[in-house]
Design a protein around this ligand. Structure first.
Ligand SMILES: NC(=O)c1ccc[n+]([C@@H]2O[C@H](COP(=O)([O-])OP(=O)(O)OC[C@H]3O[C@@H](n4cnc5c(N)ncnc54)[C@H](O)[C@@H]3O)[C@@H](O)[C@H]2O)c1
Length: 254
């Protein structure tokens, strides 16, 4: 039986951890050739091990997505090793809890924008030409519910994630006609190192399950399933959209 991404070549930024890692594993199971792209090399190696990767079906690239030269090198590495680029998943991001807006350190604002917005911009900028040369591809940007409705714990993060949603819409308006579908997902809480690290305490983490319509936060595998569908040809008529995936939390809060 052939996989849903058989022989497609995919770059997954943030592939060393959490949601990005789950996407790498899922894509590998579905027959994709996967480039695990992250600045956390030890984590990226662990992802390759968990995938049971071989040089024929997976590779890793050490990249800081805020650096244009490094991002260009990442795309070149994927094309050189696997011959083409079909899929880009923009998963890498940082979440730094901040005090209310007046007390937010400018440095944290800049760092968050450099990573979460400029990083996604640069990855799209360098990946799109590598896709259009072969007739197109699929990009999935990972925003957050913070970017849809704002959250109290980090102004820079929420604004950066709103930027990712707009970047998706504008980019789709420019490149869908050239065969590149560009979509976005906005997850609610997902149990990953980022979420545990940004939640004030173990009690606060447990508290996130209370009041949720499903009584729990999401898993990285559940997010990977939506990303898989968007990346695959099954979503051939989908572009410029943002999908909320939060287990009904937002609907339940209204
Ligand atoms: N976990 C959640 O609750 C949640 C909710 C909504 C959205 N998200 C989003 O999902 C995505 C994945 O989140 P996660 O929870 O798996 O996070 P994570 O912290 O577990 O993984 C993020 C990865 O991005 C990498 N990274 C960060 N900055 C980088 C840079 N400049 N260059 C290269 N790599 C970099 C990190 O090394 C890490 O491996 C992020 O975009 C995050 O904002 C997460």
């Amino acid at each position: 039986m052939t996989g849903r991404l058989e022989d497609k070549v995919a770059i997954v930024t943030g592939g060393a951890s959490g949601i990005g890692r789950a996407i790498c594993q899922r894509f590998g199971q579905e027959g994709a050739k996967v480039v695990v792209a992250d600045r956390n090399i030890a984590g990226a190696e662990e992802t390759l091990t968990l995938m049971g990767a071989t040089p024929e079906n997976a590779a890793m690239v050490d990249v800081n997505i805020s650096d244009s030269f490094q991002v260009e090198r990442m795309v070149d590495a994927a094309v050189t090793q696997f011959g083409r680029l079909d899929i880009l998943i923009n998963g890498a991001a940082i979440l730094i809890r901040t005090p209310p807006l007046v007390e937010v350190d400018e440095v944290l604002w800049d760092l968050t924008m450099e990573t979460n917005v400029k990083g996604v911009f640069l990855c799209c900028k360098h990946a799109i030409p590598a896709m259009t040369v072969n007739g197109g591809g699929s990009i999935v940007n990972i925003s957050s519910m913070s970017g849809v409705r704002g959250v109290g714990y980090s102004v820079p993060y929420a604004v950066s994630k709103a930027g990712v949603i707009h970047l998706t819409t504008v980019a789709a308006s420019q490149y869908t006609s050239q065969g590149v579908r560009i979509n976005c997902i906005a997850p609610g809480g997902v149990d990953t190192p980022q979420m545990r690290g940004s939640t004030a305490s173990a009690e606060a983490f447990a508290g996130r399950n209370e009041g949720h319509p499903m009584g729990r936060v999401g898993t990285a595998d559940e997010i990977a399933n939506l990303v898989l569908w968007l990346a695959s040809d099954e979503a051939s008529y989908v572009s410029g959209s943002t999908y909320i995936i939060d287990g009904g939390a937002w609907a339940g809060a209204q």
